[in-house]
Ligand binder design. Structure first.
Ligand SMILES: C[S@@+](CC[C@H](N)C(=O)[O-])C[C@H]1O[C@@H](n2cnc3c(N)ncnc32)[C@H](O)[C@@H]1O
Length: 347
């Protein structure tokens, strides 16, 4: 008999890729029991040290202490009252064992919302009494959240903040590593891949692709400073060089130097239309890139592309319909900006 799955968790991802996250979690972690998939979060049960808990495409993972059905109009105050009834029974002394300070937060549909001072104070006093740990809003290293979802759920969640550096300490313009990992995973990475990111920037996608095996991996950017910085970063990790990675400056729209049919997977976020006018005509830029991508991709090759919502990718693709097929697209929000994630396949 399989072991029971005692713990419930809640992991977040960018809004709009819920269907994709369900598919990926079901494929990668078939033992996980998914309770509910929200627009930007998934509620599931696994064992306490399950690999799913460090899945690279989740932004944040919380332990779910309690979840109940609620009415979509319920306020945080009333949800907090319901959770207060059991609050002292949760193992906060163990959960907060390694933390210095905690704080209590409130959210609705994943966005922080204010709560009456008295409600927060009461919850904090109870947790402080049970755990012996002090509360502090700034510099907290653990959080307890009362979260409401319009789908009719109220959740009491707990998380540590220690490992957040991965996403927060990144240069401006670099894609969040969790999103880079999601894009790479969406490309169905294979150890036989000859991989290419033709607009690699700081390498947010390229560096995440190193998680999965590949045969060769190429990164290109027209900005030589970014190329040098990425080379240096990879150079610090000698394993990466041994694993055959090539970073160089070049034009991602022409892909000169790559033979036809040489590449098996492209994952990239080119300049984002309205958010980056430095490329001139967005249509001409994407048309040149997609034409070159169709040339360098091998039959069956995959192209995962994240673009601003204003870029008319389906129209730009129309003349290439005999070589590139659109398999799926997902409208999503990336740092509040409207974007679309495309998966294309070379016919
Ligand atoms: C949206 S950013 C990519 C961000 C990247 N994924 C990261 O994590 O840093 C787009 C990149 O395309 C580069 N770029 C713009 N035009 C280019 C071209 N014609 N060829 C190659 N790179 C280009 C820019 O220098 C920029 O670094």
């Amino acid at each position: 008999m399989p072991a029971p799955l005692p713990h419930s968790y809640y992991s977040t991802f960018p809004a709009g890729v819920d269907g994709l996250i369900r598919q990926i979690v079901e494929a990668d972690y078939p033992h996980a029991v998914i309770t509910h998939v929200f627009e930007n979060a998934v509620l599931y049960r696994v064992g306490a040290s399950d690999p799913l808990l460090s899945a690279p495409y989740f932004q944040s993972t919380f332990r779910t202490l309690e979840h109940t059905r609620s009415s979509p109009s319920e306020g945080v105050e009333s949800a907090a009252r319901r959770f207060e009834a059991n609050l002292a029974s949760y193992p906060f002394s163990r959960l907060l064992e390694h933390d210095r300070h905690f704080r209590v937060m409130f959210s609705r549909d994943g966005r922080p919302v204010p709560a009456p001072r008295a409600v927060r104070d009461r919850m904090e006093r109870t947790i402080q009494r049970v755990s012996g740990r002090p509360t502090r809003y700034r510099d907290a290293d653990a959080e307890v959240w009362v979260s409401l979802r319009r789908e009719g759920f109220a959740l009491l969640l707990f998380r540590r903040l220690r490992n957040r550096a991965r996403s927060t300490d990144r240069p401006k313009g670099m894609i969040a590593p969790e999103l880079g990992a999601l894009l790479c995973r969406y490309s169905d990475p294979s150890p036989q891949d000859v991989f290419l990111d033709p607009f690699c920037g700081h390498g947010g996608i390229f560096l995440e692709r190193m998680r999965w095996k590949y045969r060769l991996a190429f990164a290109i950017d027209r900005d030589e400073r970014l190329v040098s910085a990425l080379k240096e970063r990879l150079g610090r990790n000698s394993d990466a060089w041994r694993k055959r990675t090539y970073v160089r400056s070049g034009d991602g729209t022409s892909l000169e130097g790559f033979d036809s049919g040489f590449i098996t997977a492209i994952v990239t976020d080119p300049p984002w239309g309205e958010y980056d006018r430095s490329v001139g005509s967005v249509e001409a830029f994407y048309s040149a890139f997609l034409t070159s991508a169709a040339r360098v991709l091998a039959g069956g090759g995959r192209l995962v592309l994240l673009a601003g919502r204003d870029v008319a990718v389906p129209e730009i693709l129309a003349p290439l319909s005999s070589s590139l097929e659109m398999e799926a697209s997902h409208d999503m929000l990336v740092s509040g900006k409207k974007a679309t994630l495309y998966k294309l396949r070379r016919l």
